[in-house]
Ligand binder design. Structure first.
Ligand code: GLV
Ligand code: GLV
Length: 324
């Protein structure tokens, strides 16, 4: 019989097409645009050989136990993998696929959009224009901060950080700096970025973009200590994972003017409750985790996730496999 695969969400059509046309698997789908309820997931995974999930599903010991010993391959339609218990997967010899690279352009574009929306106060400005705040032209009204002649700091220099810097260069940024667990000379060379300590990154950056993975080491690392070293004219941008930021400390930094503004595509939790204090701040732009949300990219992620799954089930190297 063909390997059995469970897909935890309606994924974009290209991935479904890859699975269907392969003729290699029989797959069942949670045929909804909403997340599968946990109890349903625990039932549905029972006995499957492969699992294709999205980032709203926490794949931990409970799910893996519910799936049972047939499960050999997990494929997530995401570049992030903080929703996966990697230790539990490794222990069981389950191979893991993910979707780096195909989303780099989309995430970099959105990061630029969010950065400019935050630094030039676009959301506040459209709100003023349509709700009667536009009394007349005023000399310092809705003034923000420009990229020309600025220093841009990147926290976690990977492909996405490089892609952001490449796009910012034509805005006449003066200098790129970055920090990471270790220098990344090959990546840094492409954008002539200088490696600095976390403290220097905070002190020098006019724009600080977080592009790291969420790991035990980066959990909550953007906290009071970091914000207190930033300039009060600086903009903080996060398109990685909400867990990297201590949101109480960020609220404090924004509401007291310790930093000038923040643009967040990711929060804890998601969705962020509409009564969350961060939503009361004019200098905080919050997006609902849409950095990779272009039709092209979501379809490419879907197809890559499907191809990872199929390769894994054939016992071949996956196009993009996470080394556990
Ligand atoms: C999106 O956040 C992803 O991890 O792909
Ligand atoms: C991951 O960091 C990527 O750029 O694909």
């Amino acid at each position: 019989a063909l390997p059995r695969v469970y897909v935890t969400r309606q994924i974009p059509p290209r991935g479904l097409q890859v699975l269907r046309e392969s003729g290699q698997v029989q797959f069942e789908l949670w045929d909804s645009d909403d997340p599968i309820p946990r109890q349903e997931l625990l039932k549905k995974v029972k006995g499957c050989d492969g699992l294709l999930c999205v980032l709203t599903e926490k794949i931990d010991a409970e799910v893996l136990n519910a799936a049972g010993p047939n499960l050999k391959v997990l494929s997530t339609m995401s570049v992030g993998f903080d929703h996966l218990s990697l230790g539990e997967l490794k222990k069981r010899g389950i191979r893991v696929g993910y979707t780096p690279e195909v989303l780099t352009d989309a995430v970099a574009e959105l990061t630029i959009a969010l950065l400019l929306a935050t630094s030039r106060r676009l959301i506040e400005a459209t709100h003023e224009a349509k709700t009667g705040g536009w009394g007349t032209w005023r000399t310092l009204w809705l003034c923000g901060y420009e990229l020309a002649d600025s220093t841009v700091g990147i926290f976690g220099l990977g492909r996405i950080g490089v892609a952001i810097a490449e796009r910012l260069k034509p805005f006449k940024v003066k200098k790129f700096i970055y920090t990471d667990v270790a220098p990344r000379p090959e990546l840094a060379a492409a954008i002539q970025a200088e490696y600095v300590s976390m403290d220097e990154l905070a002190r020098q950056s006019d724009f600080l973009a977080v592009c790291c993975a969420l790991t035990p080491e980066t959990q909550g690392i953007c906290n009071k200590n970091l914000f207190s070293k930033m300039k009060n004219t600086s903009i903080f941008i996060n398109t990685s994972r909400g867990g990297v930021v201590n949101q109480e400390d960020l609220y404090e930094a924004l509401s007291t003017g310790q930093i000038a503004g923040a643009g967040l595509d990711v929060t804890v939790p998601e969705p962020l409750p509409t009564n969350h204090p961060l939503f009361t701040l004019k200098n905080c732009v919050i997006l609902p985790h849409i950095a990779s949300a272009s039709y092209t990219t979501r379809n490419a992620m879907s197809a890559l996730a499907a191809n990872n799954l199929l390769a894994g089930l054939r016992g071949e190297p996956m196009p993009k496999e996470l080394q556990l």
